[in-house]
Design a protein around this ligand. Structure first.
Ligand code: M6R
Length: 366
């Protein structure tokens, strides 16, 4: 059932081109320039007129929520807040009928996320679920929703659930943007075309696997690792660090690259690997100067860059290239090498990749 792969995690990483295609298939009509999502279409007035969107989730799903915050605000111009479900539910949050709460959960069974949406419903908010498991508790409790069509995710470390969550949330943001008139027709169509090209581009990133193994071999014994990114790729830095922690038990932290000089830069010396997401769009020059600062302190740099990059390549110890795409879609590509890097390090260290210690696939207790 691992289809020839050594672990479910690796199989699920490689399934991402298909999982993303399955998630947008039937919803995104590129030629016609239409996005169909029944859960959104049937509740368009309520969702598109929201004063605010509050996203609640845990773990990797919370990271997908952070990416969505950038997309929704950028394209649909609706203010978004992203909350850890566990904090939101105990905070006496200010919620009203004008709010739309989006709950993101692969399993649809996470106790804190479930409690958060029950609370939001009591206060009159409209609750939209983004779940992977069909018929799960959260998908039933929500007023409406859209499934990710990732297929079963068995590995405890979430991979294809994350990228398909981003896919669904991107479709939703684009749809709302079109309805609200905050995106031009040509930009809308361009986004659809570019999203359609993402699966093939992921396949290309997966071809970097052997090169990523070499990098894993080099840094597998480091006790710490720092992940940096900006804008759309700040949440990817958090997600990369979580993946490494979970399955290799190496201490890792993700930070917005510019926040480095407010503290974490003190950690950097010749023994600190720093993974920097430095794609050509989105504050590239600023990230390059962050890379220079790391270099000046002898930090080891692993750059995730756009094909043809020169500036980061010159400074970095290793680079992993991803194909060019529009900025909002870069997380779908930059995440892939970080998943593979964690996977290979964990395998090399002899860890139980699919079932890391102390963790369960779905956290049904708070
Ligand atoms: O099923 P959910 O998406 O609600 O799960 C949320 C988190 O428990 C989950 O993403 C967890 O952080 C993963 N192990 C991350 O790889």
């Amino acid at each position: 059932e691992k289809a020839g792969y050594d672990h479910f995690m690796l199989k699920e990483i490689y399934e991402q081109p298909d999982a993303i295609t399955d998630t947008y298939r039937g919803r995104m009509l590129v030629e016609e320039g239409i996005i169909r999502m029944a859960g959104v279409d049937d509740n368009m007035a309520r969702i598109a007129n929201a004063k605010r969107i509050i996203i609640v989730a845990c773990g990797t799903s919370w990271h997908a929520g952070l990416v969505a915050e950038y997309i929704f605000e950028d394209l649909a111009r609706i203010p978004v807040e992203v909350e850890y479900a566990s904090e939101f539910r105990y905070r006496n949050p200010v919620i009203s009928e004008n709010d739309v709460v989006i709950a993101i959960s692969q399993s649809g069974e996470t106790a804190d996320t479930m409690a958060a949406i029950k609370l939001a419903k009591e206060k009159g908010a409209f609750v939209f679920g983004v779940c992977n498991v069909v018929g799960s508790s959260i998908s039933r409790e929500a007023h409406a929703g859209a499934y990710t069509h990732a297929g079963p995710e068995i590995g405890v470390a979430s991979t294809k659930a994350f990228t398909t969550q981003i896919t669904v949330l991107t479709l939703m943001a684009l749809k709302l943007a079109k309805h609200r008139g905050t995106i031009s027709d040509s930009t809308f169509r361009f986004h659809l075309q570019e999203l359609e090209r993402i699966p093939a581009k992921i396949t290309k990133v997966l071809e970097e696997n052997d090169h990523i193994k070499i990098i894993a071999e080099k840094y597998k014994n480091s006790p710490n690792c720092l992940y940096l990114g900006r804008g759309y790729n700040f949440p990817v830095a958090l997600e990369g660090a979580l993946k490494l922690k979970e399955i290799s038990y190496i201490h890792a932290e993700g930070y917005p690259a510019a926040e480095m000089k407010h503290g974490p830069i003190a950690l950097i010396d010749e023994s600190m690997p720093v993974v920097v997401i430095a794609t050509s769009k989105g504050h590239y020059d600023k990230v390059v100067s962050n890379v220079q600062e790391i270099k000046a302190r002898q930090g080891k740099i692993i750059g995730i860059v756009t094909e043809g990059d020169e500036a980061v390549r010159e400074l970095a110890d290793y680079v992993i290239e991803i194909p060019e795409t529009i900025e909002s879609l870069t997380p779908l590509l930059t995440t892939i090498p970080l998943q593979l890097l964690s996977y290979h390090i964990a395998v090399m260290l002899g860890k139980n990749v699919d079932q890391p210690r102390n963790l369960a696939k779905s956290v049904t207790v708070e």
